[in-house]
Structure formats: structure tokens, C-alpha cells
Write a protein that binds this ligand. Structure first.
Ligand code: TTP
Ligand code: MG
Length: 358
């Protein structure tokens, strides 16, 4: 008998690039970069992702495509095909959810399943993970990595620990040993800026964060300071939400420098909406509620939402609503460090047959 939950986090390896390699076998063995048109080094967009070969050249997600071109001019540059990724994602999620009805998809290429009632212990869960990975590889020709832990936080960190095609099992008694040496930035919500502030406080590893005084962290980061400390101790009570489908879709961005110019914030809103709107269209999703999130330079965070009477996927409506919702939080004498937009109360429309026959 185990008295801990057993949670799996499955994350596909180099997902968009893996799909491209599957579709175009001649890409195999070459560095593949999916993203904006590099235009011989003059392109302005960013890298969505790249395969592991391209990563050896230093190419990474979200890097300017012009920089990727400098690092890896011999790479094969491919424009994203979101419609195809959404279909492959859907097919793989259908495989994963067979392994437990406690299934929660959290992104296009990742999901949690709670297998507490399906296995005897963590060893057993490891075997289940191997079976799941093989099934995804055989049926869909896509490689996945799996993390297993007593909660979602540990499972997610574990799936990232050994990639590609890794399985990492972290039993309750191993949590501290697993977490302590990790850099603090691995924890959810700790981006480059928070990392820099922590560094000034002489906190670089999870172990140092765990030993820090929770009250001091709250003084510096607000409530997130408290959550940070809990995460460093490996604590996460959140359930694997049942019901399957994604509950919301959104994006957020932390500005390189805190901003007070609403124009820059509105530009960022346009960019964020352009990005995730592609996902809405590709997955045929409509929504009723739009929520914006604004975090000020002092980490004070506000959200503000509007719910429509109807489902929609209108891009301009999202942009206009997000700007209107943000307006009261701007020009208030405080700079903004993060802006986020999320849509929820989703409706998944059946795909047309013609679209599925890719
Ligand atoms: P990730 O799972 O973060 O990355 P990945 O699957 O490409 O690679 P890894 O093996 O490290 O998991 O993201 C899933 C997909 O989301 C990715 O294939 C492309 C897309 N994506 C972006 O478009 N922009 C980004 O900045 C990131 C991080 C991902
Ligand atoms: Mg992935």
C-alpha cells in the first residue's frame, strides 16, 4: 500500500520539430528549427522550438530567429503548421487518457494523469510510463518524456529532468534529494527577473530557497513569495483536474524592463493574442470569458475578466476587450512587469472532415 498519490507528467520531446520530422523523413539527422522565416538572417520573428540536434548549436525556443540563423546557418528552417500539431496533439492525448480518467491536459504537448488507483507503487508506475511512451512512439512516431512524483509539481519537474525519451521517478522519500540541487528558476513562475532578485538575496538553488525565511520572501515578492517557498519544499496539493479538455488558453509575457507606456503594453497584448489565437483556430475552440493579468513592478498582481453572453473566437474582440480591461490598471504611477491574457469557458467544436484529412 502506498499512502502517497502517484502522478505522471507526460511532455512530448521537441514537439513541433518532432512532428515535422515525422512528416518529412528527409529532415531526420539534420538540425530542424520551427518558427518565423529567417530571411537569410534578417527575419524578425522567433523560434517556436527546434530538435535536439539544433539545440547542440545553442538554438532555443523564443530566441530571435536571426540569432538562430547565426548559430546554425546549416539548419532546416520550417514555418509552423499549427493545424497539424493540434491534430497530432489530440491523437496523442487520446492515447494518454486511456491510462487514467484522472487526466488533465495542460498545454499542446503536456498532460498529467493520476494513477494512484491504477498501480501498486512507484516502480509499477515506472513500468506503466514505459508502456505509455512505447505506445505513443509506435502509434504516433513521437517521443515523450515522463516524470513521476507524489504531486504535480514534482512530476512536472521530473519529466524535464531527462529528455528526450526519459523516465524519471521521484518517490516521496527522494523529493528533497531531487529538488535541492535544482536551480530555483526551474520552479513554475520564476523567470529571469525573479531569478535575478533571488540571486541578490544569495538564493540560487531550490535548497537555498527552501532554507530562506518565508516572511522575507513574502515581503519581497508578495503572496508568490509564500508559494515559492512551498514549492521549494516540494509541496503541492493541487489535484489532477478531471474532465480532460484544456480549461483555458492564454499567454503571458514579462517585459525585459518594467514599462509604464500603455502603447508598449497594448503592442504586447496584440502580440500575445496573435500567438494564442492561432491555437484557438487550429483546435477549433471558442470561448466566453477573457481574463487579463497585470503584475506591477512590486509584484502586486491583478486580474480582471469579462464574460460574453455568447461563445466566440474573434481575434479583434479579444484584443479590444483585453485593452479595455487593462486600461484602469495603467497610468497609475506604477510600472508593469508582466501582462497576461487568458480565455476560458471553452467550447470545442467538431473539426470538419476536410480539415482532419491532412
Ligand atoms: P515545450 O514542451 O516547452 O518544448 P518542446 O516540446 O519543443 O521541447 P522539450 O523536448 O524541451 O519539451 O513546448 C511545446 C511546444 O510549444 C513546442 O514544440 C513549440 C511550442 N512553443 C512555442 O511555440 N514557443 C515557446 O517559447 C515554447 C517554449 C514552446
Ligand atoms: Mg515538450
Amino acid at each position: 500500500m502506498v499512502n502517497s498519490r502517484i502522478i505522471l507528467h507526460i511532455d512530448l520531446d521537441a514537439f513541433y520539430a518532432a512532428v515535422e520530422e515525422r512528416e518529412t523523413p528527409k529532415l531526420k539527422g539534420k538540425p530542424v528549427i520551427v518558427g518565423a522565416d529567417p530571411k537569410n538572417g534578417q527575419g524578425r520573428g522567433v523560434v517556436a522550438t527546434c530538435n535536439y540536434l539544433a539545440r547542440e548549436f545553442g538554438v532555443r525556443s523564443a530566441m530571435p530567429i536571426s540569432k538562430a540563423w547565426k548559430l546554425c546557418p546549416q539548419g532546416i528552417y520550417v514555418r509552423p503548421n499549427f493545424l497539424l500539431y493540434a491534430k497530432v496533439s489530440h491523437d496523442i492525448m487520446t492515447i494518454i487518457r486511456k491510462y487514467s480518467d484522472k487526466f488533465e491536459q495542460v498545454g499542446i504537448d503536456e498532460a498529467f494523469i493520476d494513477v494512484t488507483d491504477k498501480v501498486n507503487d512507484f516502480e509499477d508506475a515506472g513500468k506503466l510510463a514505459e508502456k505509455l511512451k512505447k505506445e505513443i512512439l509506435n502509434k504516433e512516431k513521437i517521443s515523450a518524456s515522463v516524470g513521476i512524483g507524489p504531486n504535480k509539481l514534482i512530476a512536472k519537474l521530473a519529466s524535464d529532468y531527462k529528455k528526450p525519451y526519459g523516465t524519471t521517478v521521484v518517490k516521496p522519500e527522494d523529493v528533497k534529494r531531487f529538488l535541492d540541487p535544482l536551480p530555483a528558476r526551474k520552479l513554475i513562475g520564476i523567470g529571469p527577473k525573479t531569478e535575478a532578485v533571488l540571486k541578490e538575496m544569495k538564493i540560487e538553488t531550490v535548497s537555498q530557497l527552501a532554507k530562506a525565511d518565508a516572511k522575507t520572501l513574502v515581503d519581497v515578492f508578495g503572496v508568490f513569495g509564500y508559494r515559492m517557498h512551498e514549492m521549494a519544499l516540494g509541496m503541492d496539493e493541487s489535484e489532477v483536474a478531471e474532465g480532460g479538455e484544456i480549461k483555458s488558453i492564454g499567454r503571458e509575457t514579462t517585459f525585459e524592463e518594467d514599462v509604464d507606456n500603455p502603447e508598449i503594453i497594448f503592442d504586447a497584448i496584440d502580440e500575445l493574442v496573435d500567438e494564442f489565437h492561432e491555437e484557438l483556430i487550429a483546435s477549433n475552440i471558442q470561448f466566453k470569458t477573457i481574463t487579463i493579468k497585470i503584475r506591477y513592478e512590486n509584484f502586486e498582481t491583478h486580474t480582471h475578466a469579462k464574460t460574453f453572453e455568447f461563445h466566440t473566437n474573434d481575434k479583434e474582440l479579444i484584443k479590444d476587450t483585453a485593452k479595455a480591461l487593462s486600461q484602469p490598471f495603467l497610468n497609475v504611477g506604477r510600472k508593469v512587469r508582466l501582462i497576461g491574457i487568458r480565455v476560458s469557458v471553452l467550447k470545442f467544436k467538431e473539426k470538419q472532415k476536410t480539415l482532419l484529412a491532412l
